[in-house]
Structure formats: structure tokens, C-alpha cells
Write a new protein. Sequence first.
Length: 161
Amino acid sequence: MARDAGNLTSMGAEIAYDSVNDLDTLLAMSNQIINGIIVAKGEPALLASVKQYLAEQDVMNLSSSGPDNIELIPKGIDKATAIRQIQTLHGIDADHTFVFGDGQNDLGMLQAAKYSVAMGNALPEVKAVANYVTESNVNDGVAKFLQKHFELSLSDSEVGL
């Protein structure tokens, strides 16, 4: 998290954060959280019980980008919201939208586009929702999907290799 925050702040973004150490405080600040994360490395049972309890409170959307976290975002806001906003702003319909994902936090977004592509390293539930599956992110899955879809044949020199 610190590495990612450092990347954002080096681009001029201002990031404020609070460390929340108990559930009552978390629930009290839920209307102020733009993007929160709960990390519990090596504690899958604890994380599952926390996620279940938070889901029952129904105050925030919950997802995960990995097995050791829970992501918290405001109700009614997710990656699908962003995709629909971009589609509206640019007059692009779902039939002309490509999205790529691999985590639980991508599920809504994958349903907002005709060309929903799960990465090879995606969770099984992500692959089940996507219309296509490509190679993993470390094997250039996005590039390979686009190259195949658009029937592109590029030489190594054209792609800078």
C-alpha cells in the first residue's frame, strides 16, 4: 500500500488516510471512506468472518483484489460505475467497450462491456463472468487478446522489442 501511495503522490495526488483499529470506528466513518482496505495476511478465517459481518451491516460495497484483503468502497460505486460514466461521457455503448480484470473487484465492470476479458491469473468467479479469457497479466494477456481480436500482426521492431 505504501508503494502504491508513493506512486500516486509522486504524480501530485493528495492522499489522506486513517488507521482504523476497531469495527465501531470503521462503521462510524463508513460515509467518509472513498477507498478502504483491510489487510489480514495469513488469516483467511478471520478475514472471512469480518467480511461476513461487514456484509450484514450493508453500509459499504465489499470486494477483494487478493486473498489477504477486503476492499471497502461507497455503496453504489465500483469499477462498473466508472465504466458506465466513461461510456456516457464519450457516447460509447457496451458493444464497443473492452474491459480486462482478474479480481473480485472487477466483477461489476466485466458485466458492463461486451468484450469482458478475464486474465489467465483471474479468480474462477471472474473467469465465469467474463466473455473471454486471455493469458495472465505477466504473459502480456491484454496485448495478446487485442492482437488476436483485431487480427494484428506486428513485428518485434513495431512493438519496440
